[in-house]
Ligand binder design. Structure first.
Ligand SMILES: NC(=O)c1ccc[n+]([C@@H]2O[C@H](COP(=O)([O-])OP(=O)(O)OC[C@H]3O[C@@H](n4cnc5c(N)ncnc54)[C@H](O)[C@@H]3O)[C@@H](O)[C@H]2O)c1
Length: 449
């Protein structure tokens, strides 16, 4: 299609979900990784992580020869004429983004296109602070290629907005596409890739062309606003608890205002994951560096940090002293439908439970292999929900996977020593549990009634 062939550097959530989408839309796509087993498996149609529906779609594209993987960035770049940079940009200790992987692949791009004929478009998809694409990627690619941006190669910043747990849906049916372009020709090439994409109402997706720094900042602004909405609901959950008001009822009433919308107003034990904490920290660190105050974002980070301890307070108010108690801990990933445990709220909550003398029997359908390396605490990792619940003093919900939401009240009564559920994600209908004789407490619920 239009002669576009794509290489995607980085086979994480963004690189693989995006790469699968390009392949599905008819663009031959090669994704790269640094681990041989990931490449071998991908070429057999097996993704390196869990995302709903990803495996089947990846297998289809691999089988029809549209998607493949290699360890060799240079080879992938040389076989393509558009390269998306999708490597990680994790937090450094001061909160700023670690751009080491972006630098490394920019160098690979420069080396690879040095002796390559034809125009090549370089697109940053990783989340990077304003200025990174033009002041870091551009000079590195120019240095190692001996070529000129805007003439021999094009430069674009195309931020990604997918949600983990819904990465496939969001990659295939985005709300909008943002193309930050250094030169219009490069922007047009990226536009062609997305021109047939539809949103989930089957409408054409709005494609916004902006300057490159604006595209970089749009990503941070969007994530900061979403993190703020969650934090707002969390803060109100505490006020609600004092008055025995249901925060979900309050936020429903708030979210029905079309100017606000109901999304991301679900109170819980704080936001985690690989994006919100990292991106808000990065923008705060950047603002500090350039002398701009960010009291709102500072407060979002502070409120989010104390929310897990507020959840511990709810647990202690419900069951009293935690010494010697066994807790059935449900959900370790930072949210359901993903195996990702980066910045999961499960970690500070479990650490505090142990500090208070409790023991944890945990259950998660997918996340053990990513959670276990995070802590040496003697957590029991159970194969089934039933094993986690059996003879525990009470149950705590941190991440509400469907099978956790579907636990029957009778199961809780049969297996727990006392039928008590303390819900960090408001996964259950409190009245139904109450009627069945289960004690229900939760974030932003009428716990003192
Ligand atoms: N995960 C999300 O929900 C999400 C959403 C939007 C944007 N983003 C942003 O996209 C970027 C990638 O995020 P992710 O979640 O996919 O990260 P990830 O950690 O899942 O994947 C990044 C991948 O890049 C690979 N990599 C590192 N150096 C490499 C190199 N030199 N060559 C080839 N591969 C290399 C890593 O091995 C890793 O597999 C980040 O900047 C992130 O902030 C993430």
């Amino acid at each position: 299609m239009d002669g576009i062939r794509i290489s995607v550097l980085g086979m994480g959530y963004v690189g693989l979900a995006g790469g699968m989408g390009y392949a599905k839309h008819g663009f031959k796509t090669i994704v790269t990784a640094t681990t041989p087993s990931k490449v071998e498996n991908l070429n057999k149609g097996i993704p390196p992580f869990y995302e709903p529906e990803l495996e089947g779609l990846v297998r289809t594209e691999v089988n029809r020869g549209m998607l493949s993987a290699t360890l060799n960035n240079l080879e992938a770049i040389r076989q393509s004429n558009v390269t998306f940079i999708c490597v990680g940009t994790p937090s450094l200790p001061d909160g700023s983004a670690d751009l080491g992987a972006v630098e490394a692949v920019a160098k690979d791009i420069g080396i690879a296109i040095r002796d390559k004929d034809g125009y090549h478009v370089v697109a940053t998809k990783s989340t990077v602070v304003p200025g990174t694409t033009e002041n870091l990627v551009l000079p590195i690619v120019e240095k190692y290629s001996g070529k000129k941006a805007g003439k021999d190669f094009g430069l674009v910043m195309n931020p990604e907005f997918l949600r983990q747990g819904q990465a496939v849906h969001d990659s295939l049916y985005p709300d909008r596409i943002v193309i930050g372009e250094h030169d219009a020709k490069a922007g047009e090439v990226i536009h062609k890739i997305y021109r047939d994409y539809k949103n989930d109402k089957e409408e054409p997706v709005p494609i916004l062309h902006v300057e490159i720094k604006a595209a970089e900042l749009i990503k941070y602004a969007a994530n900061s606003l979403l993190a703020t909405k969650i934090t707002f609901a969390n803060e109100f959950s505490r006020i609600c608890e004092e008055f025995n008001i249901d925060v979900y009822e309050v936020m429903k009433g708030v979210g029905l205002d079309f100017r606000i919308n109901p999304m991301f107003l679900n109170a819980g034990c704080g936001f985690g994951g690989s994006c919100f904490p990292k991106d808000v920290n990065a923008i705060v660190a950047l603002a500090k560096k350039i002398g701009v105050e960010t009291p709102l974002m500072d407060a979002v980070l502070y409120t989010n940090d104390i929310q897990p301890m507020h959840f511990i307070d709810i647990i202690k108010e419900t069951v009293g002293n935690l010494k010697g108690k066994t807790v059935a801990f449900l959900g370790l990933s930072f949210k359901p439908d993903t195996d990702d445990t980066r910045a999961t709220r499960a970690l500070p909550i479990i650490e505090k439970l142990y500090e208070e003398g409790a023991m944890v029997k945990a259950y998660d359908p997918k996340a053990y292999y990513k959670f276990k390396p995070l802590t040496d605490l003697p957590i029991g990792y159970m194969d089934t929900i039933e094993e986690a619940l059996k003879d525990a003093d009470f149950a705590v919900v941190q991440s509400d996977w469907q099978e956790i939401r579907e636990i029957e009240p009778e199961t809780l009564k049969r297996l727990l020593k006392k039928p008590i559920v303390i819900d960090g994600r408001r996964s259950y209908d409190p009245e139904r549990l109450k009627k069945a004789g289960v004690v229900y407490k939760g974030v932003g619920w009428k716990n003192r009634e």
